[in-house]
Design a protein around this ligand. Structure first.
Ligand code: GDP
Length: 140
């Protein structure tokens, strides 16, 4: 295993319920280090671009509306095998299927309002980090 990076979003359902700290603690307890973080209000264009891969899915418009319904916290996480480590602590997309002790089992409201995003590959992590962060914003 190697130390790698992944990209995380604390979604609007979590920021609305004041769970930024709770989610971040679970990420840190899983061995991930927050090496960049900012709270932003995503624009519709940003959200559409970020989720472009889902453009043809029936839930695309709802997903974009949800992601701009309040502030989000975008983060760069670093740790051993960061993509997999993060996906494991996040839990399944649908919280009903998520394992005990995962972020989504603990905090998610629904399959859509599921509290966190995490990159699904090293390649997408690099693309997603670049989408939201300038190199100088990643301070270690
Ligand atoms: P993830 O990698 O676990 O986040 O899951 P996906 O990449 O498949 O989906 C991206 C996001 O779209 C999810 O995190 C949910 O917020 C949302 N989503 C996925 N499937 C559904 C669905 O069936 N209905 C709705 N409303 N939203 C969904």
């Amino acid at each position: 295993m190697a130390v790698t990076r992944t990209f995380s979003i604390i979604k609007p359902d979590a920021t609305r319920r004041n769970l930024t700290g709770g989610v971040t603690k679970m990420l840190e307890d899983a061995g991930l280090r927050v090496i960049a973080s900012k709270r932003i209000q995503m624009t519709k264009e940003q959200a559409e671009g970020f989720y472009a891969v889902h453009r043809e899915r029936p839930f695309f418009n709802d997903l974009v509306s949800f992601m701009i319904s309040g502030p989000v916290v975008v983060q760069v996480l670093e740790g051993e095998d960061a993509v997999l480590t993060n996906r494991t602590v996040m839990g399944a997309t649908n919280p009903e299927n998520a394992d005990e002790g995962t972020i989504r089992k603990t905090y998610a409201e629904s399959i859509e309002a599921n509290s966190v995003h995490g990159s699904d590959s090293d390649e997408n992590a690099a693309i997603e980090i670049d989408y939201f962060f300038k190199p100088e914003e990643i301070v270690g």
